[in-house]
Ligand binder design. Structure first.
Ligand code: G4P
Length: 526
């Protein structure tokens, strides 16, 4: 086997997603503990923006420093090289999370046993479904009172629209929680609350072994046997293929805080989770084991230093080996570029790397050359697909309040949009610029950064809009007719594509039924 293939087979690149507070940060930390990437609990500074800071932008600014460090966490576990891509928990940054999901090969979803499937989880799962990303579900906080595990499984199936298969099974919950039976490995893990220690497991190939009573008592042994029988009856056998195709989610139960059930999750994860997968470019499918390097920018992180407007572009490697100081083609602008100090993210540290492989993320220092979705290659013209922009949910007109700084404002806006902070539309009717975001916070972010990084000032003015959707049609005449009839509601996005601005759900529905030849899209990728 070539070194490249060996390196690829070692890699597991994934993201943990959850509704805020379900336990993503806690689980991440425990996984890093197993990988030896950190040595004490509490070492992971949460990338999440605490709820209390919802409108406190300065607080977020402080936390941005932390989130660079925790953007990607690489560590070795046995023979595997694991890359966890962090996603911001705050829902106003959901767009960031969506994009991060384009750079992972699989996902672990954390669900709070008491709360079940929550709103943010549902939304993120939509993105996974769209991309057929394999997901594993971890049901957390079993040490607290929560819902019945069978009910939880039904809820996951119904709400996340995916078949499930439990691979571990809890013995009671809350105060009476005694542990889990690991169906995948056929052993019993007894629960002892602890923050650091890995619990010992007892092998139990045959669940009917009377020894079981000795460990968990007569009643619980009986119930466990019944539950397992029911599981075998109701759920089909676990199929790795179904999981890899994104049709089946294996489910684990545990308590991240108590480091319980986490090792089982990790051990199963490394065995079944996909290695870096082929990536669809506009031109062709690119396989990881191809010799020539290729990768795409999925995230741009602006630096904290406002005087140097420098950024880090996060590149996911899709194929070949990435080498420091080699010449690579920036496909969008046709320039060849060399990177003398690319960074890798290992054990929570950023350090210069000489080479990196498919599945890895490298951080490239940048001064405005990159935008989200850009492709780097060894020379080939490739454009990677799959970085959709979602239809924003909040809109405001942006007005320049310092006419002397128009140039700075435009430049700043341009770069912030390239970073993917928000989306910019120009109204065809009145020529005004509209900024669309997924959360209120972005407006503050934009205003603050325009002032501090570009010296430009702006003001927001309200506009009543429900949705902006991209439109297209196979029938050019129908499209032109629509655009004429709806002239007052038409805008262009930054790529000069046609966008319909609907001011209410009713208007949108009417437009959809009145103009059947027009396709309305809620993501920019179609
Ligand atoms: P998030 O990143 O998904 O937002 O969640 P995070 O890990 O920060 O966890 C949210 C809260 O839930 C934290 O408590 C955390 O300690 C708690 N938690 C996580 N896993 C478990 C678990 O298995 N059992 C129990 N009982 N609690 C769990 P907090 O009080 O909000 O924060 P902190 O002050 O403890 O940091």
């Amino acid at each position: 086997m070539s070194t490249l293939t060996e390196e690829i087979n070692k890699r597991r690149t994934f993201a943990i997603i959850s509704h805020p507070d379900a336990g993503k940060t806690t689980l991440t930390e425990k996984l890093l503990l197993f990988g030896g990437a950190i040595h004490v609990a509490g070492a992971v500074k949460s990338n999440k923006i605490k709820k209390t800071a919802t409108s406190d932008w300065m607080e977020i600014e402080k936390q941005r420093g932390i989130s660079v460090a925790t953007s990607v966490m690489g560590f070795n576990y046995g023979d595997y090289k694991i890359n966890i891509l962090d996603t911001p928990g705050h829902q106003d940054f959901a767009e960031d999370t969506y994009r991060t999901l384009t750079a992972v090969d699989s996902v672990i979803i954390v669900i709070d046993a008491a709360k079940g499937v929550e709103m943010q989880t549902r939304k993120l799962m939509e993105v996974c479904r769209m991309r057929k990303t394999p997901v594993i579900v971890f049901i957390n906080k079993m040490d607290r009172e929560g819902k019945d595990p069978f009910d939880l499984l039904d809820e996951v199936e119904a709400e996340l629209q995916i078949s499930v298969r439990p691979l571990s099974w809890p013995i009671n919950i809350g105060q009476r929680f005694k542990g889990v039976y690991n169906i995948f490995e056929e052993n019993l893990n007894l629960y002892t609350p602890s923050k650091q220690v890995v619990t010992e497991s007892v092998e139990f190939k045959d669940i009917n072994n009377p020894e079981l009573e000795r460990y968990i008592g007569e009643d619980d042994a009986k119930k466990l046997r019944n539950d397992l029988e029911l599981i075998e009856g109701v759920y089909s056998d676990f199929s790795v293929d179904d999981y890899l195709q994104g049709n089946l989610a294996p489910v684990f139960f545990g308590s991240a805080l108590n480091n319980f059930g986490v090792k089982e999750l990790l051990d199963c994860f490394v065995q079944i989770a996909p290695v870096p997968r082929p990536v669809q470019a506009l031109e062709r499918v690119v396989k990881p084991e191809e010799e020539n390097f290729s990768g795409f920018v999925f995230k741009i992180h602006a630096n904290m230093d406002p005087n140097h407007r420098s950024c880090i572009a996060f590149v996911k490697i899709c194929s070949g080996k990435f080498e420091r100081n080699a010449n690579y083609k920036h496909v969008r602008n046709g320039k060849m570029m060399r990177f003398s100090s690319p960074t890798a993210f290992m054990a929570q540290k950023k350090s210069t790397v000489d080479e990196a492989y498919p599945g890895d993320i490298v951080g490239l220092p940048d001064t405005g050359n990159f935008k989200i979705g850009d492709t780097l290659t060894g020379g080939e013209e490739l454009h990677f697909k799959g970085l959709p922009s979602f239809s924003p949910e909040m809109f405001k007109y942006i007005e320049n309040t310092d006419p002397m700084k128009t140039k700075q404002l435009n430049k700043g806006l341009d770069q912030l949009m390239d970073e993917g902070v928000a989306q910019l539309f120009s109204h065809q009717f009145n020529g005004r610029k509209i900024v669309g975001t997924v959360g209120q916070l972005q407006f503050e972010v934009i205003q603050y950064r325009l002032l501090h990084e570009y010296g430009a000032q702006c003001r927001w003015e309200p506009i009543s809009l429900y949705k902006a959707c991209w439109i297209e049609s196979d029938d050019t005449e129908a499209l032109e007719n629509f655009k004429r009839r709806k002239f007052q509601f038409m805008a262009k996005d930054k790529e000069n594509r046609d966008v319909f601005l609907a001011d209410s759900n009713y208007v949108l529905q009417m437009a959809q039924s009145d103009f059947p030849k027009i396709k309305f899209h809620f993501t920019s990728e179609f």
